[in-house]
Write a protein that binds this ligand. Structure first.
Ligand code: PLP
Length: 371
């Protein structure tokens, strides 16, 4: 299998798995227990907190572990104390784990502002000026998009908003481990992360919280995570997330160079397919992500045919419910419906090779050029 869907999830790193196993087998204590078995795992969680904080350039005390990136995003939106008339704003290209809870808040009677993007998927400065005049309580803008890989100029945007007293959350799930990430330098108040996108285990995430930010818990019934996230910690997964973060930090430059090399190889070859368009091509993007459309193709059909040939990619043409609506991200970018429905996303990973890229291109060309 040629696996080219690393934005969906990554295989767990062997080193990460080895670090986790003792916490599934031998060290089964509850981290809240005061005796030695409890203290051992409590210490392991705090070590992981330091490792995740180091990769995100934040303080360990700012890291709150959650069950996934989705929970971190939901928790971030729940932090707004919604008084009558208060508003929240999200970009038009957010992941469903932001878009859906935001809609839920709207249904509860709060104003929801959708921040427009241009045809590269970028938020323009004049849009931010207008947003400031609307004075939302919280703005959520993802750092890197999961479909196109487009990266927002978030430090600039956050500076404008925070100067005007507006709090900012960013979903940095796709950015983590792929580009240098600094919670401090971004200047946001909240930032969501996920373990399984960086060769860590599934079922673990984190919300990074600035000191002065008040959080409204969504789970109650225990004092874990400073009383902000009740529930006995998923110790092995947290240890794995920490180890994956440590490896990502140590290998960041090397992974980045490898991914950029593969992406260039991939894009050069893709451009020889007649009519093919790479989305957000003129914007800064994640080094591992290429989303493209091919006129008169059906993205889902192409995905299934590639699957039959042993290649795993993602299509962006349909939402999870199986409707045949085009991707909300591409729609927000103003991409024509037919081209949006043909979209395929390739997301590269650290173990992909040039030979795999060449094989993928060969198979794709066979499917689309010889119809
Ligand atoms: N945010 C983005 C941008 C994502 O791509 C994903 C997962 O695909 C999530 C949030 C959700 O993360 P998790 O799978 O850990 O819930």
């Amino acid at each position: 299998m040629i696996y080219l869907d690393h934005n969906a999830t990554t295989p767990i790193d062997e080193i990460v798995l080895d670090a986790m196993l003792p916490y599934l087998k031998s060290f089964y204590g509850n981290p809240s227990s005061l005796y030695r078995y409890g203290r051992i795992v409590h210490t392991a969680i705090n070590r992981a907190r330091e490792q995740v904080a180091a990769l995100a350039d934040s303080l360990p005390s700012q890291v709150l572990f959650t069950s996934c990136g989705t929970e971190a995003n939901n928790l971030a939106l729940a932090s707004v104390n919604l008084t009558p008339g208060s508003k929240i704003a999200i970009s038009a290209i957010e992941h469903p784990s932001i878009a859906e809870p935001a809609l839920h808040l709207k249904h509860k009677g709060h104003d929801l502002i959708i921040i427009k993007v241009d045809n590269n998927g970028l938020i323009q400065p004049e849009t931010i000026e207008h947003l400031i005049s609307l004075q939302p309580s919280l703005v959520s803008i993802m750092l890197a998009n999961n479909e196109t890989g487009v990266i927002q100029d978030l430090a600039y945007i956050a500076a404008q908003l925070t100067e005007n007293g507006i709090k900012v959350h960013t979903d940095a799930v796709q950015a983590l481990g792929k580009i240098p990430l600094s919670f401090n330098r971004l200047g946001v108040q909240l930032m969501s992360l996920s373990s399984h996108k960086i060769y860590g285990p599934k079922g673990c995430g984190a919300l990074i919280i600035k000191k002065d930010m008040q959080i409204n818990p969504i789970l109650f019934g225990g004092g874990q995570e400073q009383g902000l996230r009740a529930g006995t910690e998923n110790v092995a997964a947290i240890v794995g997330f920490g180890k994956a973060a440590e490896l990502a930090q140590a290998e960041l430059v090397q992974r980045n160079e490898h991914l950029l090399f593969l992406r260039e190889l991939l894009e050069d070859s893709l451009m020889s397919i007649p009519g093919l368009r790479i989305f957000s091509q003129n914007a800064q993007r994640l080094p591992n992500t290429v989303q493209f459309g091919i006129p008169d193709e059906d993205g889902e059909m192409l995905l299934m045919r590639l699957d039959q040939k042993g290649v795993a990619v993602s299509s962006a043409s349909a939402c999870a419910s199986g409707s045949d609506k085009p991707s909300a991200v591409l729609t927000a970018m103003g991409i024509e419906v037919s081209l949006a429905k043909s979209a395929i996303r390739v997301s590269l990973g650290k173990s992909n090779t040039p030979a795999e890229i060449c094989e993928f291109i060969k198979l794709l060309k066979n499917l689309v050029c010889q119809k």
